[in-house]
Design a binder for this molecule. Structure first.
Ligand code: AMP
Length: 214
């Protein structure tokens, strides 16, 4: 099974991806995580990636597509869950070609809907575990008093540099301009479904599972 989770920053794509990955034995491909790794390489590409990410802008399609191409040619277990990719029509079309080349197809595209006001609150209070990726929120879903991750016990809980209100407004504009046209793209292919991302995390997960198992 190959699935895309679509939605603005802070919609819960990462959280839901990790849950679905465990349930269906999928490999999570998060271009955000891959790019955060790439920026630390100290190469020319790493510098370009850093500059775009720090500005809240998208990294160029050719860089992102080559990262995905490299990963897709590796093992897929039961399939892939794409988290934060594709983000442009160019990336969507490249993914179609890559999947066709490996004799695969997309089974579902799930749009997680959250309004802008809630995204600001979610993003500015967001922390995550640098070891296992578990996401916390300073008021809604706090880590325990020992400042340790409840899932893996790591004490390395971090706040992303781009998780602030000014970067978020640019990231949201990028989403509406370049990513939201993908909703029409996948609707026309008959594989788009939407869930309300404002509900409790467990309910959002159940609603996604219902769509996937229907
Ligand atoms: P994320 O972790 O998915 O919120 O992504 C963090 C940042 O990485 C984004 O604000 C972009 O700068 C960059 N990024 C992640 N995925 C993509 C993509 N598919 N295309 C372009 N830029 C991306």
């Amino acid at each position: 099974m190959n699935i895309i989770l679509l939605g603005p920053p802070g919609a819960g794509k990462g959280t839901q991806s990790r849950r679905l990955m465990d349930r269906y034995n999928l490999r999570q491909l998060s271009t955000g995580d891959m790019l955060r790794d790439a920026r630390s390489f100290g190469t020319e590409v790493g510098e370009l990636v850093s500059a775009s990410m720090d500005a809240g802008e998208f990294v160029t399609d050719d860089i992102v597509i080559s990262l995905i191409e490299h990963e897709i040619s590796g093992s897929s277990k039961g399939g892939f869950i794409f988290d934060g990719f594709p983000r442009t029509l160019g990336q969507a079309s490249a993914l179609d070609n890559l999947l066709k080349r490996t004799k695969n197809c997309l089974d579902a595209v799930i749009e997680i809907q959250v309004n802008d006001g809630d995204l600001v609150q979610r993003i500015t209070g967001r922390y995550s575990c640098s070891k296992c990726g578990e996401v916390y929120h300073e008021t809604d879903s706090p880590f325990d008093q020992s400042d340790k991750c409840k899932k893996c016990d790591s004490s390395n809980l971090i706040k992303r540099a781009d998780d602030n209100a000014s970067s978020l407004s640019i990231r949201l504009m990028e989403y509406y301009k370049k990513t939201s046209p993908l909703i029409g793209y996948y609707y026309a292919k008959g594989i788009l479904s939407s869930v309300n991302g404002l509900l409790d995390i467990d309910i959002v997960e159940k609603n996604i599972i219902k769509i996937l198992e229907n």
